[in-house]
Design a protein around this ligand. Structure first.
Ligand code: PLP
Length: 358
């Protein structure tokens, strides 16, 4: 973490006297619907962050003209804390999410959150709710930092006031079976000069109708193509994508600012390279994917993301054709999932220094 340039801002902590922990069934936790006891909040006004605090989780009043709701200055992050094999509370690569959050903030003309304060907020909040980190296989504590404009104003301009918050939710597995993915042929998610690299709320809002249609057609997710030619593969709704060939792996490069630079993506590239398999970060067209599938060169496809971890593609639908993947040929995705899980829970040593044990 970088050293703060101003005196460290204190975080006021008001703990709950009424924990809900005992009422949670950790064997059956639906994703994103159960919230831990506390939340972090701070407010930006007069060009500074104020009132950093941790409070019992609760609804909050919102002014009807809150500009974040109207004009979309709203960004978020997604990260996780894991329970180590010896009971440790472990944050996975928090520095990456903090940096990405501030990159999103810059794109949306929102104030940066000082890295040291952001990090301390995470450590204090997760420390207070550490008993909420599940220990079941495939479970973890999902962490949702977010920021939205709070200026009470109707009119389009850069807002002056913002709220930054962090919520946490214990979660189980996101996908329990291989995913069916539809290639987007009509809608686009991102294009050069847009906000594809940022975790801006509007990026996700715009994908709801295409997602709804894909679900209606029996798919779980949409695979986005480039927004200019509908040719290069970009990513899935909440995952980066990896194509496993017989002798190498290809993942779309993020150089055009149209793809979210996933923390899981970065970790998986490192793990695969260290296994001795080359990973190429480059443009890959959907036509290349389809022809490599037919020639037998393309063995598996998987998505990577904090929520889903590693999601294998069972089926890919494009132009009326269904590419069905042969599960008996999958091996790299299983290896990567086992490896990253072992590192995150310290079941094996973390050679990369990714884990921060609280
Ligand atoms: C659009 C998009 N792509 C990729 C990812 C994967 O990123 P990460 O591995 O950092 O979770 C996410 C999830 O955050 C996402 O929303």
């Amino acid at each position: 973490m970088t050293t703060p340039t101003v005196a460290a801002q204190p975080i006021a902590i008001r703990p709950t006297h009424d924990s809900r922990l005992a009422s949670v069934n950790f064997d059956d936790i639906p994703f994103g619907r159960t919230f831990s006891d506390h939340m972090f909040i701070m407010d930006y006004r007069d060009g500074q962050w104020h009132d950093a605090r941790i409070e019992p989780f609760a609804p909050m009043p919102i002014h009807p003209a809150c500009s974040g709701i109207h004009y979309g200055q709203s960004i978020f992050e997604g990260m996780k804390a894991y329970r180590g094999v010896n009971g440790e509370a472990i944050l996975f690569r928090p520095d990456k999410n903090i940096t990405r959050f501030n990159r999103s903030a810059a794109r949306m003309a929102m104030p940066a959150v000082p890295e040291e304060l952001f990090h301390r907020a995470l450590v204090e909040l997760i420390g207070l709710d550490r008993d909420w980190i599940p220990d079941r296989d495939g479970s973890s504590l999902y962490i949702r930092p977010f920021m939205f404009a709070t200026e009470e104003f109707i009119g389009i301009k850069v807002a002056e006031n913002y709220r930054f918050m962090i919520l946490t939710c214990p979660v189980g597995k996101y996908y329990t079976k291989p995913v069916a993915v539809k290639v987007a042929e009509r809608y686009v998610r991102a294009f050069p000069g847009g906000t594809g690299f940022a975790k801006a709320a509007g990026n996700y809002g715009a994908t709801m109708e295409p997602m709804r249609q894909a679900r209606e057609e029996g798919y779980d997710q949409v695979l986005w193509l480039d927004g200019v030619h509908f040719r290069d593969v970009h990513e899935v709704g909440t995952m980066n994508v990896f194509f496993v060939f017989k002798d190498k792996v290809i993942t779309p490069s993020t150089d055009e600012g149209t793809i979210l630079e996933g923390v899981t993506r970065d970790s998986v590239i490192q793990i695969i390279r260290d296994k001795g398999t080359p990973v190429e970060e480059r443009h890959i067209t959907i036509d290349d994917v389809v022809s490599a599938f037919h020639s037998g060169e393309l063995v598996e496809i998987f998505g990577t993301g904090t929520a889903a971890t590693i999601a294998q593609f069972g089926r890919l639908g494009f132009k009326g054709e269904q590419l069905e993947f042969d599960q008996s040929r999958w091996s790299l995705s299983d290896f990567v999932r086992t490896e990253i899980t072992a590192i995150r829970t310290l079941a094996k040593p973390d050679p990369y220094g990714w884990n921060e044990v609280l």
